[in-house]
Structure formats: structure tokens, C-alpha cells
Design a protein around this ligand. Structure first.
Ligand SMILES: *Cc1c(COP(=O)(O)O)cnc(C)c1O
Length: 414
């Protein structure tokens, strides 16, 4: 009885609107890929569209999200942090999902599609390793072969997640080219896909890449925002939060969160990007604030580029925000003024990390620690005292413990 009640606890809201043309969000998005990939992207688009309107597919995904991923995740009211900041803080707890971040929501959807398309092998790129772990997990669950491309620098700084992927039966391929981080891992994954597209599904981990990925991944992540909207209404006596906040790497946890609130013009939507060592230093991941329009990884969006259009290296203390671009829908939301994009530096993120741990007993991943840090800075400034703020806590901080211990000078980690 309990098990089925929990299974029934996940209700997927009706599908959101489909982007026009070939995945256009205003002047952004589209499908800029080698000829060989076009049939696979068309097949994926067809399969996703039909699956997403199929009651059977949606019920199977809802069941997996409930019984395997642990949804719905709660919204937690943060009493001590609220008192400290003078605003009412609510957290959407994606850190409590199986594998520890929102990535599992998307991956379970794409694994079901892989099976529908009769493919036996999945490839993925990963930065912090959370998407790689989620993909390796789904591959184990579905009996699929799994190859994960990861920048050699990230392999080094996220050793725990590399071990988890290998334990789950995935092969991890360190990528040495370029800056040896996420952008280079995506390049390698695309290269592999061109050669193996008949048998392989490329499981992209954010709302980036060619159509249909930005749309499809948003739809798989909108469960975060749709759940949060209902949960906030229950908590707030039928009203909505004043501000909805999420960190932005490629932008999937943010767009999934925003999707639940976007039709409410009174709700202020804010995405927090990596400020790295400060925007003036040039070492950051703030592609909306500082990027220029261009085409990379199959789509037109905002990217960090030099005056010759060369892609610049991003920098962030958190591997998950260390990407020189952003999903096309965010570029359009920024252009339309519907969402704002701010940033928090490495140092501020470390403060946010400790602040949440000490006030609430919740250790966030470094990525959402950026959102916590921005909130701490803006409470009582651009966020009026007494306002209600929903923050999506995209993941938990276990993976970052060693790195943070070192940076904050805790004596010994081991
Ligand atoms: C991957 C990741 C991110 C960044 O990716 P988005 O697509 O921007 O959500 C943020 N937080 C966590 C915990 C992650 O694992």
C-alpha cells in the first residue's frame, strides 16, 4: 500500500509548449550538426514527441521517478537561515534524489527512450561527474553499455565520481584535448556519436546541444518546478514565492525549476552563474552576462568567446558550472527579460556552502552553493525583507567535501 501510494505520488504535469521551427527559442537554439547526425536527431525528436504524449510512457517514467529516484522531493523551510537573512527561504531538495542531483530526472527519461529506439549503447559527457554517474546508473538499471567522456582535469578533481561510474560498469574516457574539461568532453562525445549513431544514443546532460535536446531535457526536468509550485502553494496558503532561484551551468536544473513558474508574471526568476575569480578577471563561467551569440555543440546560444570567435575557457570552483556556454532557452529568457542572470564568485560559493551547512544541517553541492551565496548577498538589497524565496538545491555536497576541506583549510580530511 505504501509503495503504490508513493508511486502515485509522482504526477507528471501536462507537456510544456514545443519550441517553434527546428528548436528555436527566439534567435537561439536550432540544429547545427554534421549531416550524419541528422537522421538520429530526427528519430530522437519523433520518439520523444510520441513518448511524451503517451500515457503509458509517462506512467512508466513517473513510476521510476517515484520508486527508483525517490520523488517527489520535499520543499524544506529553512527557519534558521531565514532568520539570519531576513527573507523566507524554501529549498527544493534535489539533493535527496538517488545519485544525489537532479540529473537522474533527465537520464531516466532518456534511458526509456533509448530502449524504445532499440539502441543498446549510451554515451555521455560529464563535468562534475554527476551526469556521468546518473547515466551509468540508468545504464546498469536498463542493461545498456555505457561510455562516459570526461575532461582529464575533471577526472582528477572528481575522483570519487570516476570510481562510482566504473563501479556501475561504465567505461570512463579521460579527454586530454583543449582545456580538458566539459567542453572538450562534449566534443569527444559528438565525435564518437558520428561514428556509432546506428547503435548508440547520446545522453546529453543539460539543456544544451542541437534540437531536440534543449526542449526534451527541459521537459524531463520540469518535474522539479511543477512539483515545487504545488508544494509552495500548500506551504504558503495558496500563494507563490516572490523569487525563484537556481544555479546555471548548462541550465537544466534552472530551466526545469523556471518551467513551473514561468506563466506567473509576478514571480521573479533568477539564474546564478559562476562568477569564478570575478567577472573582471576573465576567469568565470558567466555566459549569459558576458557571452556573445555564436554556434557551438550543435546550437546557437551565448558563449564566452574572444574577438575572433574562439571559445574561451570557463573557470569555476565547481566543475558543474565550468562550461563556456548556456542553453538556448536561457539566452532567450534573458533577451526577453523574463529571467535575470546574476553570478557568485568561487569565494562566495564557499561561504554559501558553509552557511547552509551550519544554519540548516544541509551540505549543498558547490553548484547550488552559488545560488545560496547570491541570496545571502541580495537579501535585504534587491530582495526585500520578508520576501519568500524558493531555491533549487540541485545536488548534495559529498562529491565536493575533499576540495572544500582543502580550500577552507580544515586540517585533515582523511
Ligand atoms: C550538473 C550540475 C549542475 C549544472 O548543470 P545544469 O544543467 O545547469 O543544472 C548544477 N548542480 C549540480 C548538483 C549538478 O550536478
Amino acid at each position: 500500500m505504501t509503495a503504490s501510494a508513493r508511486g502515485l505520488g509522482v504526477q507528471l504535469a501536462p507537456p510544456g509548449s514545443e519550441p517553434a521551427g527546428l528548436g528555436r527559442f527566439g534567435e537561439y537554439g536550432g540544429r547545427f550538426v554534421p549531416e550524419t547526425l541528422v537522421p538520429a536527431l530526427e528519430e530522437l525528436e519523433r520518439e520523444f514527441r510520441s513518448a511524451w504524449s503517451s500515457e503509458e510512457f509517462r506512467a512508466e517514467l513517473a513510476g521510476l521517478l517515484a520508486s527508483y529516484a525517490g520523488r517527489p522531493t520535499p520543499v524544506t523551510e529553512c527557519h534558521r537561515l531565514s532568520e539570519r537573512l531576513g527573507v523566507r527561504v524554501l529549498l527544493k531538495r534535489e539533493d535527496l534524489t538517488h545519485t544525489g542531483s537532479h540529473k537522474i530526472n533527465n537520464v531516466l527519461g532518456q534511458a526509456l527512450l533509448t530502449r524504445r529506439m532499440g539502441k543498446q549503447r549510451v554515451i555521455a559527457e560529464t563535468g562534475a561527474g554527476q551526469h556521468g554517474v546518473a547515466t551509468a546508473t540508468a545504464a546498469a538499471l536498463f542493461g545498456l553499455e555505457c561510455l562516459v567522456f570526461m575532461g582529464a582535469v575533471d577526472v582528477e578533481r572528481q575522483a570519487l565520481n570516476v570510481f562510482r561510474m566504473r563501479l556501475l560498469g561504465a567505461e570512463v574516457v579521460p579527454v586530454e584535448s583543449g582545456s580538458a574539461t566539459l567542453k572538450d568532453a562534449i566534443n569527444e562525445a559528438l565525435r564518437d556519436w558520428v561514428a556509432t549513431v546506428e547503435t548508440t544514443h547520446y545522453c546529453i546532460g543539460s539543456v544544451v546541444g542541437p534540437h531536440p535536446y534543449p526542449w526534451m531535457v527541459r521537459e524531463f526536468q520540469r518535474v522539479v518546478g511543477d512539483e515545487a509550485r504545488e508544494q509552495c502553494r500548500a506551504l504558503l496558503g495558496g500563494t507563490d514565492p516572490d523569487v525563484v532561484l537556481a544555479c546555471v551551468g548548462g541550465g537544466s536544473n534552472a530551466i526545469g525549476t523556471f518551467a513551473g513558474f514561468i506563466d506567473l508574471p509576478g514571480v521573479r526568476l533568477v539564474g546564478v552563474e559562476a562568477g569564478g575569480r570575478g567577472l573582471e578577471s576573465g576567469q568565470h563561467g558567466s555566459s549569459v552576462s558576458r557571452g556573445v551569440p555564436g554556434v557551438l555543440h550543435g546550437a546557437r546560444s551565448l558563449f564566452l568567446q574572444d574577438e575572433h570567435g574562439q571559445i574561451l575557457e570557463a573557470h569555476s570552483i565547481s566543475a558543474g558550472l565550468d562550461y563556456p556556454g548556456v542553453g538556448p532557452e536561457h539566452a532567450e529568457l534573458a533577451a526577453a527579460g523574463r529571467a535575470e542572470y546574476a553570478n557568485a564568485t568561487d569565494e562566495e560559493a564557499l561561504e554559501g556552502f558553509e552557511l547552509l551547512a551550519r544554519t540548516e544541517g544541509i551540505v549543498p553541492a558547490l553548484e547550488p552553493a552559488h545560488a545560496i551565496a547570491w541570496l545571502a548577498r541580495e537579501a535585504g538589497r534587491s530582495i526585500p525583507k520578508g520576501a519568500t524565496v524558493l531555491v533549487t538545491l540541485s545536488g548534495r555536497g559529498d562529491k565536493d567535501a575533499e576540495q572544500v576541506a582543502e580550500r577552507l583549510g580544515y586540517d585533515s580530511f582523511r
